[in-house]
Design a protein around this ligand. Structure first.
Ligand code: COI
Length: 358
């Protein structure tokens, strides 16, 4: 039985136009014909779960999201396997994180079963939009929730909309990236929203990302907000480094996003002869380790980014620093291939992470 009432669009994309988009996808630019939506009203709970044409929302100009930013989102992908079946990777983790993000922003949590049903039902309907498994192509899924109560007082809203969009994508970072260790911006403070996936965190990262670009870097490496000493994350990805002692080291959770890819790589580490370690890493340890060769490889990871090799760092204090020979490391490439092979059904799913949609 469907959780979402199906209301088909009366202006579907032609097969030829859809196939052209799916063959050469651009991240987040073209959307499937349908989206999933549900409404929340205080006293009534979540209601009117439906799949409808992807079209504009009507929002009152006083809608709370427009003023105080009560917004959260998720990101996950649907992968086509060689036998044409379509699969999700650990969607339960996204469902659970969506609830914890909602709780941090005092929003009504969207039930995990309904979240999973929206994925199942929308991806099944839009399976023709899932690209062939070539390169990193997939159907990116963007669940989100906004506060739509028209009210200008500062308090949690009483009405919300849940939405799920789907967009065919290729690689988010097609090339290795250098990181800018920003002296000017922090991403999160103790007690802040760093561990929640909320739009405000990303809005606040844009100035730092532009500062990074002005210094020849593709992303930022944030240091902690209290001491400006401890590595946090890259804004769009979690950060990881491999050591000469065979450790896979990553900043401990707290004020960073608890990434699904981060967690998966920590679990895959042993299969690559690596010991997973979650702890504080100081910027001095990173600099000295890269110089001495104790840190052999660095990379960043996330759903959109998969594993993106980090080949160098730049900062006003210490200038440019290259990791290894400035090329993606062998272990980084192995881990990336292994993860993609699991997601595309080419490697055994020993951890039981894949969920068949259709
Ligand atoms: C994801 O990796 O899915 C994210 O939400 C990051 C975003 C910058 C694309």
């Amino acid at each position: 039985m469907s959780t979402f009432d199906l209301r088909l669009t009366d202006h579907p994309t032609s097969d030829a136009d859809r196939d052209a988009v799916v063959a050469d996808p651009v991240f987040g630019k073209f959307f499937t014909d349908h989206m999933a939506v549900a409404d929340y009203t205080e006293g009534r709970g979540w209601h009117d779960h439906r799949i409808v044409a992807t079209e504009d929302f009507r929002l009152h100009p006083a809608a709370a999201v427009l003023h105080y930013g009560q917004e959260i989102f998720e990101g996950l992908k649907a992968y086509r396997h060689a036998d044409d079946s379509v699969w999700l990777f650990r969607p339960e983790r996204n469902a659970a994180r969506f609830v914890s993000s909602a709780q941090r922003l005092e929003m009504a949590p969207f039930p995990e079963e309904a979240f999973l049903a929206s994925l199942q039902e929308l991806v099944t309907l839009e399976q023709a939009w899932v690209p062939q498994p070539d390169g990193e192509k997939s159907l990116y899924l963007r669940p989100f929730q906004i506060a739509n109560e028209p009210y200008l007082g500062v308090r949690e809203a009483k009405n919300y909309i849940y939405g799920l969009l789907a967009t065919p994508v290729g690689a988010y970072y097609p090339a290795p990236v250098k990181l800018w260790v920003t002296p000017n911006y922090t991403r999160a403070a103790p007690g802040g929203t760093g561990a929640a996936k909320c739009g405000g965190n990303y809005a606040a990262s844009l100035a730092a990302a532009n500062e990074a670009a002005a210094h020849g870097c593709g992303q930022v490496l944030y240091l902690d907000g209290a001491e400006h000493r401890w590595l946090e994350e890259c804004g769009t990805m979690n950060f990881m480094m491999l050591t000469a002692d065979g450790e896979m080291v990553t900043p401990a959770l707290g004020s960073i996003l608890p990434g699904v890819t981060r967690d998966s790589l920590l679990r895959l580490a042993a299969e690559h002869g690596l010991t997973p370690v979650e702890r504080q890493i100081s910027i001095d340890e990173l600099r000295e380790g890269v110089t001495s060769g104790q840190i052999t490889e660095t990379f960043a990871c996330g759903t959109a980014a998969v594993i993106t090799p980090i080949v160098g760092f730049n900062s006003p204090e210490h200038g440019e620093q290259v990791v290894g020979d400035g090329e993606p490391g062998a272990r980084t490439k192995e881990l990336r291939a292994h993860l993609l092979d699991i997601q595309y059904g080419r490697a055994e799913d020993r951890h039981g992470w894949m969920r068949k949609v259709c």
